[in-house]
Design a protein around this ligand. Structure first.
Ligand code: TRP
Length: 339
């Protein structure tokens, strides 16, 4: 009885596509923050493999990366005892709800999406319908679990908006079927920029491997990439976030701050008057030392295929059970015969 007095935990859903090597940007901007959400929320994190095939993949690579992503989540501190971890394609409800919601989403809404415009210009030879309806699948991911909060980066906020619009439209027609989720911009989440073009976000699909730090890179490669990061010729360590000419130094200060739990301004003070070479060396050391324990965990976990399988199997069972409740409700509302 007393248990009913405490509020149930709010639910969080988020995911990453197993489309490339997870970068330092993904870690500092997303996964690291998820770890700290686990105690206060009921968390569900998925490997979004259905989304990944909107861009052509090598099948063996996709399989490998999906498992690597799971091992990395765990190595970073996502605890399968606390949070649900599963592979999106293992829960058929995602594709099923996406079909229904496709019929409640307008072409015009999807045409406005910046990610669609961006990806179709980068993959002009493969502008497929899946790429176009990607936001509908993402809305389904979120809505199936009656999610309260979706921790994402700024670039994903437009997807949260369309998810809310579609959910509200559906609820307007059929009553309260979906909880209306909110995006959660994690304040402490650092936005890490490309090391070669520091005005662009660090991306795991950047064709230039020097632009990003992969969580899988050798430690000496990581150090080398940081030491050759693009900076400027001013030679002054100062945090000037509005000044694009300073983007390289701003980025290294941001990375260093995230590594040491400090602020870019404080880091800049600490290194005032020092040369870029010294500063870069310190950043490289800090990054390597932060990644080292994660990598040791990762190397251990990735070898244990049976363990990984047990995690994603029980994760999928849990995800399926929760999702079916929503899917059944939706099917009933739209007029499908359910049993
Ligand atoms: N679109 C997200 C990205 O590229 C990945 C994603 C798919 C996602 N479905 C989601 C994130 C649901 C949060 C919730 O980063």
């Amino acid at each position: 009885m007393e248990q009913n007095l405490t509020e149930p935990k709010k639910r969080i859903f988020s995911g990453v596509q197993p489309s490339g090597n997870i970068t330092l940007g993904n870690y500092l901007g997303a996964i690291k923050n998820w770890v700290s959400l686990q105690d206060d929320y009921e968390c569900i994190f998925a490997m979004m493999d259905l989304h990944t095939i909107t861009v052509r993949q090598t099948p063996a690579e996709l399989r490998k990366r999906t498992l690597e992503l799971l091992a990395l989540y765990i190595a970073c501190g996502i605890d399968p005892q606390k949070s649900t971890l599963f592979i999106q394609s293992h829960n058929s409800a995602h594709a099923e709800l996406a079909w229904v919601l496709n019929c409640y989403t307008y072409m015009g809404e999807l045409q406005r999406m910046t990610q669609f415009k961006d990806k179709s210009s980068r993959h002009a030879d493969n502008i497929n319908a899946g790429l176009f309806t990607y936001p509908v699948l993402m809305a389904s991911d979120i809505l199936l679990y009656q999610t309260d909060l979706v921790p994402v980066g700024k670039d994903q906020m437009q997807h949260i908006e369309i998810c809310r619009d579609v959910a509200q439209r559906f609820n307007g027609l059929y009553g309260d079927v979906f909880k209306i989720p909110e995006g959660l911009l994690v304040k402490s989440g650092a936005k890490v920029m490309s090391l070669t073009e520091p005005t662009k976000k660090m991306s795991k699909s950047d064709p230039n491997p020097k632009a990003f730090i992969s969580m899988m890179d050798d430690f000496n490669v990581i150090a080398k990439k940081i030491k050759s990061a693009v900076t400027d010729s001013e030679g002054v360590i100062e945090f000037r976030p509005e000044d694009d000419a300073k983007a390289g130094i701003n980025n290294l200060l941001t990375i260093m701050a995230a590594m040491t739990g400090s602020t870019p301004e404080t880091v800049a003070k600490d290194f005032e008057g020092q040369g870029y070479g010294t500063f870069k060396g310190a950043v490289a050391d800090a990054v390597v030392e932060a990644i080292r324990p994660i990598r040791e965990e990762y190397d251990r976990i990735i070898k244990d295929k049976a363990y990984l399988q047990s995690i994603y199997t029980s994760g999928a069972e849990n995800a399926y059970r929760i999702a079916q409740r929503t899917l059944k409700k939706v099917y009933k509302k739209v007029g499908f015969i359910i049993e």
